[in-house]
Ligand binder design. Structure first.
Ligand code: NAD
Length: 382
């Protein structure tokens, strides 16, 4: 009988209440038995961090007041860190983790600056460490199904990609009554050079490239603000080309009244198209030239192996969601770490895991979109 693989020891940075995505990380990390959360810096406020860490069941001695203390006191007893703090802290915390020899999984955007993103990529490469990025939509089984079907040629030669990400979080004038979660987002020095591009544009960029299986190489953008007087971007419309002269269009907006994280990706080929919507994330639609329409359902026997391995409840109709999608990223993170420890390629072992190079591509996309918008939509290479 083979020994079960030992659980990897994970520290969480961020996640104390109020935190939107921290609890999702914590639940996802342990869902498939790859990680134990053994330490943390749950908050920038040590008292709130201590209370949160105790609530999570951590030993008092393993709850640290800041990242310096975590690395000095705890790095040797860890395998990896998860970083789910505001964007302006990502670069320093990822760097601290890599410098301490720890694998890291960080929320998007990788950081706020392309040069710093490249520096992190080089550091991860030099140290042979996994640096994963939680582009959640790449964890959804039917998004993986779409990617696999496109890759195996089911819709023919690629022609066009359409991607949308619309939310209503900034559809009202929230500036005067901003809560903690909004305050850092409304501050450009913290959320980055473009809120809409960093917050949801990088997700849309990753989703389009993930399903199409190729990078965006050129774009023309208008990035701006729908809400009068707003100091951060809440809207962008981008025309783009992917590698191989595939055309594309993206709309991302955080001020779309009534929208509820409405995400759509469609990839059109010479024979047909795939279509995935967040509001119906357990299904993938395929439409073909001859008029045939197929709907594939998560958990059904006719999905691709890529979708099947990302599914826990292999029974049609029982829904899974964001936590399970995140857990798929954490499982792939563990698989990538174990591959590296076995002297193998992390990329080959976990080909669907968004990683530091996706983070660099995301920052290159943000930079190119801002340059294009400043030049009244001039075509700009990535
Ligand atoms: N992948 C996704 O789908 C997704 C969804 C939402 C947010 N995000 C990303 O996750 C990150 C956090 O976003 P959020 O909406 O959860 O933010 P939030 O404001 O709701 O939570 C931030 C958390 O970080 C903690 N924190 C802040 N500064 C810290 C520090 N210096 N040290 C330790 N802890 C600190 C806060 O106490 C809080 O727990 C952002 O980078 C955001 O872009 C990703």
């Amino acid at each position: 009988m083979t020994e079960p693989a030992k659980r990897l020891r994970l520290a969480m940075i961020g996640g104390a209440t109020p935190s939107m995505i921290g609890p999702v990380h914590r639940i996802a990390a342990i869902m498939d038995g790859h990680f134990d959360v053994v330490a943390g810096v749950p908050s920038s406020d040590p008292a709130r961090g201590l209370a949160a860490g105790l609530d999570w069941g951590l030993d008092r001695a393993r709850i640290y007041p800041n990242v310096e203390a975590l690395m000095a006191g705890g790095a040797s007893t860890l395998d990896a860190v998860a970083i789910c703090t505001p964007n302006d802290s990502h670069h320093a915390y990822v760097k601290a983790a890599l410098d301490a020899g720890l694998h890291a999984i960080v929320d998007k955007p990788l950081c706020n600056d392309l040069a710093q993103a490249r520096e992190l990529a080089e550091l991860a490469r030099a140290k042979n460490l996994v640096l994963a990025l939680t582009h959640a939509y790449a964890g959804y089984p039917m998004v993986r199904d779409a990617r696999a079907r496109v890759a195996r040629g089911e819709i023919g030669e690629l022609r066009m990609v359409q991607v949308e990400y619309l939310g209503a979080g900034l559809a009202r004038k929230v500036e005067d009554q901003a809560d903690a979660r909004r305050r850092w987002r409304l501050d450009r020095s913290r959320s980055g050079p473009s809120l809409v591009l960093g917050d949801i544009g990088t997700h849309a960029h990753h989703l389009a490239c993930f399903v199409a299986g190729r990078p965006i190489v050129e774009l023309s953008a208008e990035v701006g603000t729908l809400m009068p007087g707003r100091m951060v971007h809440d809207y962008a419309q981008i025309r783009f080309r992917l590698d191989g002269d595939v055309r594309g269009a993206m709309t991302v907006c955080q001020a779309a009244a009534g929208a509820e994280n409405d995400i759509l990706v469609r990839v059109f080929g010479s024979l047909g198209h795939v279509e995935w919507r967040h509001s119906d994330h357990n299904h993938l639609k395929l439409g073909f030239l001859d008029g045939e329409t197929r709907i594939y359902g998560r958990g059904q026997p006719n999905v691709t192996p890529e979708a099947a391995r990302a599914t826990r409840i292999a029974r049609g109709g029982h829904p899974e969601g964001l936590h399970e999608a995140f857990a798929n990223l954490y499982s792939d993170f563990a698989i990538a770490i174990r591959a590296i420890r076995a002297g193998k390629s992390a990329r080959a072992a976990a080909p669907d895991l968004p990683d530091v190079m996706d983070g660099v591509a995301g920052l290159a996309f943000v930079e190119a979109a801002l340059a294009s918008s400043a030049a009244r939509g001039a075509n700009t290479a990535l």
